[in-house]
Design a protein around this ligand. Structure first.
Ligand code: GCU
Length: 615
């Protein structure tokens, strides 16, 4: 059995482990700098110079190497950034660097029984059988991986707080504090997901946020929690969402609910991350007056400006739920007076389960570009980590975690440059091999998108599991996830004449999205209901475009497979990668045939090129 020590992820060029006696960011920075020097053929020296506190750092060239200065933990980020640049042979970026976002969070959806919600890399790295259970050396290595890309907050438990996770705030607090202590030297602070109805676990009969008893319950809770973990980053809350309890049950608004918790944790500097993933998950599919993507904006926009300063509204990047292609959530344009976090999902729930390749940097580039004129104050990403020896199930999925850190530090990151750094820090390839892998990874999202739901339609996955095709699987369900395909047309009209969703965007975007002639084609069926004969900009019909994408997506998957087979992948990764690639090829064929047949049966249009579509 292979162990995690054989999979240093992108820390290949680093020394084995950080010794236990290195126990502050400054000491760890000094250790990494010294071991780099020992291993470096050019014997370049890195002098580290700690100055106060803070995330920022400065790199300056010296006669025999470099000097990194910065606060704590900035000094650590600077040392890692420099070593990364030296190991990859990139030009060293001298001068000061500070992060785009002060909170760079990784959200584990780990349950205390050891399972991970939407986890595709094995069991939890830190929970098992209702307790903390971990390999201390591995958690230190995790801290190092996260610090090496500047991630500074780890939420350790699932947003769906299942028993016994409530005990993290209580009799398991001591164990949580021990765990926090392992990560602290790496500049990582813990966060805990809490359940809005937690007071009812003990003595109280309700959890109305305006009830003084509820308030004082949370105040006592905060006092206990922060005295055990004084640097706890805060609480993360999923309320009134998918059957989780929340303030609405008491006729209170989300501002009232969030502010009550925020007040309780404010004296300790705690942040309240309040998720905006709220919609009616018990919708009647017959009711066309309700359109799920409208929900979050309708709820939160009227509350803008009403949240306490230590509340951050955590918004998924799109209005649905981590789909392959969604427009950016309109909340990013409609909450000027509220702090916002953008939530990404590294766990490949809808994006191939860490079997199919799906590299996220190109998608994030689009997202951050879309919101370049708005304020976003923090970023969070659902973790893709687990107990598998290689950390992320698919060795290439580690790229998404690495890249997330890079984008969280610098939201203007260049996807290709990030992918290239990851390849260089992970493998020993020639330039040509590196380019080959870069090409595969850089286009993997486009390929996946082509063979799955077409043109922003979303939700054609198998219900529940969310892997593989089921075009009508969510059509008659409760989740607000419909495509309403019939023999004439497909999609939902979200213009002013339709559900009105498009009106939630500022004029600049609205005018583009509402016009089928200007709407980005990849989002066409998100915003519009169109006949199969609709003419795309290149003259093809919509139905032909759907067929073509599905055939091409499959062919391109085969191309990726050939490219990977030709690469000299290291022996410990090779089987894993090629086995998953073979599964992806099968999955792509299934998607192609199911989706094409689905539309062929409805529309009756034959493929222009006479390719196989099963009647
Ligand atoms: C998705 C996912 C759930 C998760 C939810 C959330 O719907 O399927 O497992 O709980 O997102 O983000 O809260």
């Amino acid at each position: 059995m292979r162990t995690w020590r054989e999979y240093p992820a992108w820390l290949k060029g680093f020394s084995g482990e950080v010794p236990e006696e290195r126990n502050t960011p400054e000491e760890i920075a000094a250790f990494e700098a010294a071991t780099f020097h020992d291993r470096d053929k050019e014997r370049r020296k890195i002098r580290v110079q700690a100055e106060g506190a803070g995330d920022a750092f400065r790199i300056v060239k010296t006669g025999d190497g470099y000097c990194v200065s910065g606060g704590s933990p900035g000094i650590l980020y600077g040392t890692y950034a420099l070593i990364r640049q030296l190991l990859t042979g990139e030009d060293v970026r001298e001068g000061e660097s500070r992060p785009s976002f002060s909170l760079r969070m990784l959200d584990g959806w780990d349950n205390m029984d050891g399972s991970v919600e939407r986890g595709y890399s094995g069991r939890s790295l830190w929970f098992e059988n209702g307790r903390f259970s971990y390999d201390r050396a591995r958690i230190r290595q995790l801290g190092r991986m996260l610090a090496s890309v500047g991630i500074n907050v780890l939420c350790i438990n699932n947003v769906n707080v299942h028993a016994p996770a409530q005990r993290l705030l209580d009799d398991m607090l001591g164990e949580a504090a021990d765990f926090a202590a392992i990560l602290r030297p790496f500049g990582i602070r813990l966060m805990l997901s809490v359940d809005f109805s937690q007071p009812m676990e003990s003595s109280l009969s309700g959890c109305d946020p305006l009830d003084p008893e509820v308030r004082s319950w949370w105040e006592r809770c905060a006092e206990r929690v922060w005295s055990a973990i004084p640097d706890l980053a805060g609480f993360l809350v999923k309320a009134d969402s998918e059957h989780r309890p929340g303030p609405n049950e008491y006729g209170r608004t989300h501002a009232e609910g969030a502010n009550m918790l925020a007040d309780a944790i404010a004296p300790y500097g705690g942040m309240l991350l309040w998720r905006a993933f709220v919609y009616n998950c018990m919708q009647d599919w017959r009711d066309t007056s309700v359109d799920r993507p409208c929900a979050a904006y309708e709820i939160y926009h009227p509350l803008d400006g009403m949240f306490r300063d230590n509340v951050i509204l955590q918004v998924k990047y799109g209005p649905y739920d981590f789909q392959v292609r969604e427009p950016v959530s309109p909340l990013f344009f409609g909450m000027d007076r509220t702090a916002l976090a953008m939530e990404l999902q590294l766990a490949q729930e809808y994006t191939g389960h860490q079997i199919d390749l799906f590299s996220m940097p190109p998608m994030w580039r689009e997202l951050f570009d879309a919101i370049c004129e708005t304020h976003v104050d923090a970023v969070a990403a659902v973790s893709n980590l687990g107990r598998d020896a290689n950390w992320t199930g698919h060795p290439f999925a580690a790229l998404n975690l690495f890249a997330y850190g890079c984008f969280a530090w610098d939201r203007d990151s260049d996807p290709a440059a990030v992918i290239r750094s990851w390849i260089r820090l992970t493998y020993d390839f020639t330039e040509e091999e590196e380019e080959q892998l870069l090409r595969v990874l850089a286009k993997s999202r486009d390929v996946y998108e082509k063979y799955t739901s077409p043109l922003g339609l979303c939700w054609m996955v198998k219900p529940g599991v969310h892997y593989g095709p089921s075009p009508y699987g969510y059509e008659f369900d409760l989740w607000g996830t419909y495509n309403r395909a019939d023999r004439n047309a497909v999609g939902i009209d979200r213009t002013a004449q339709g559900t009105g969703y498009v009106l939630q965007y500022p004029e600049k975007l609205r005018s583009v999205y509402e016009d089928p002639e200007r709407c980005p084609e990849k989002l066409l069926l998100f915003f519009h209901r169109l006949p199969y004969s609709f003419r795309m900009r290149d003259g093809r019909t919509l139905i032909q475009r759907i067929y073509d994408d599905h055939f091409e997506g499959y062919e391109e998957t085969l191309g990726m497979q050939r490219a990977l087979e030709a690469l000299p992948l290291p022996e410990n990764d090779r089987d894993e990668i090629l086995t998953r690639m073979a599964a992806q090829v099968k999955n792509a064929a299934e998607w192609r045939d199911v989706v094409n047949t689905f539309f062929f049966r409805f529309s009756g249009f034959a493929d222009r090129d006479g390719r196989d579509i099963y009647p």
